[in-house]
Design a protein around this ligand. Structure first.
Ligand SMILES: [Zn+2]
Length: 157
């Protein structure tokens, strides 16, 4: 003999359903829970279908981003320039973890040097703008800096 899990009355050891209260002794024998088991894959599919869990490829969206140089701040020690960029996101997606290049050109537009940087804390919301500050080493040959986003990631959560 064992005790019913619902009404605590003594019932047969092999009983899957209590003869007194009709309570199921194993949750998976309960048709209510069984129905729920069939719903789980459906819910999982619905979640998978939403953008939330889909990782997007930045290269498919790179034309939806605009980069504007806002200002260059020369740092105190004369070694670095801090360049602030305003990035515009014209997509329906929230992006983060930016990888970018700051490319220096001389007076005849010849490439002098390239700095590859990443900013893990960078976040840009859908259809909005965000500032990014890039720190570049001063170089007397560089007359102009240009910033290029090389990668952004989509948020999974
Ligand atoms: Zn019972």
């Amino acid at each position: 003999m064992k005790q019913c899990k619902s009404c605590m009355k003594e019932i047969d050891n092999n009983a899957t359903k209590c003869p007194y209260c009709q309570g199921y002794q194993q949750w998976f024998k309960n048709p209510q829970y069984l129905g729920f088991l069939f719903v789980i894959p459906f819910i999982a599919f619905m979640i998978w279908q939403t953008n939330m869990f889909k990782s997007k490829n930045f290269t498919d969206f790179k034309n939806n981003f605009k980069v504007d140089e806002v200002r260059i701040v020369q740092s105190d020690n004369n070694k670095y320039d801090i360049i602030t960029y305003l990035i515009s996101n014209d997509t329906d997606i929230k992006w983060n973890r930016i990888n970018y290049e700051v490319i220096g050109y001389d007076e005849s537009d010849k490439l002098v040097l390239t700095n590859s940087e990443s900013e893990w804390k960078f976040i840009i919301q859908p259809h909005s703008q965000a500032y990014l500050s890039a720190k570049v080493e001063r170089n007397k040959n560089v007359k102009k800096w240009k910033m290029k986003i090389t990668d952004l990631e989509t948020s999974r959560f």
